[in-house]
Design a protein. Sequence first.
Length: 345
Amino acid sequence: MASPPPSPRSENISGEQNGSDLIQKTDEIHRETLPNLPTGKGWMTEHLVQYQGFWFSPNGLKNLMWLHDHFNPRPTDIFLASFPKAGTTWLKALVFATVNRTRHGFSDHPLLTNNPHVCFPFLDAYLHEKDPSFLDLDGSTTPRLLSTHIPYALLPDSMTANRSCRFVYIYRDPKDVLVSKWHFLSKRRPQELPPFSLEEAFELFCRGISHNGPFWDHVLGYWKASLELPEKILFLKYEDLKEEPFGAVKRIGEFLGFPFSLEEEREGVVEDIVKLCSFENLSSLEVNRTSVHKFSADSLVDNRHFFRKGIVGDSNNYLTAEMIKRLDEITSHKFFGPGLLFHNS
Ligand code: PAP
């Protein structure tokens, strides 16, 4: 086990020390740490590394270290946290539309011409460019909306100890997460690597070897924190959002300090937000059918890959009965002890 990431420093990218010097320092620590870490087979890179009990791509680990070294949260920040493929894109759209509903009209809304990942930057990708201005975090409007896939236990103290920052977390049936992730990464896997079968992905996922995994530890970390700090962390489930999106949007507004007034409810603002952010609407927009999102110079994703089917239970069409049984057993076993009830779809 490697030593814990260095504690956050007081300087940030706009502080006294030069931003690129600080980033170089992070690079050095990363270079020194990497060879000593256990490795597992990668989904999209050759391998993943295990750090403090969780799995990351080598670049993902560098971003985690950067976050610890250089990120200064503001008390008003809103973080969206999730395990990859649990519903991040959808929740980004819902939170952005809810928080900014007085700034933008629905007829010329930014979500009609921008992918949700543009409106709601991915904090973990910031370092990629080695350019502090890549995401103009200091210049963002208030509240800043930032997303992360980092497990709760590995977040910098500056993010968890600050009582004012809010987190919205989303999780989803791991069977659907696995299938969604396998589809997504298969499309993005470099051609020089051999094809990656669903069977292989399944085995790795069950063993916890997947970006920011184990899945179950990721969910439990945020769930336990949400029980301890219910005013700081809102814990949501993809399947509940699908079933009752209006109630979920109202809860999100209330939790984040942007409650819907009776008048807004009467005018159908909640319904407008749900409609704007629906899979059917977002996936049919020109920007989400044809454009590419640039997380960094070497991480480009076709926007359409963020919208596949958007349904509950599609894993039943891909996994064998045996695979379903095994994953459900792991989920029951992992969640039952701590008391997290999860109804498998
Ligand atoms: P990310 O972690 O890479 O950002 P994320 O958005 O969490 O991905 O997950 C993508 C899944 O959310 C896809 O699921 P699927 O593969 O099972 O279809 C995608 O289709 C689904 N999704 C995206 N937008 C929406 C939406 N508006 N409503 C419901 N599901 C959605």
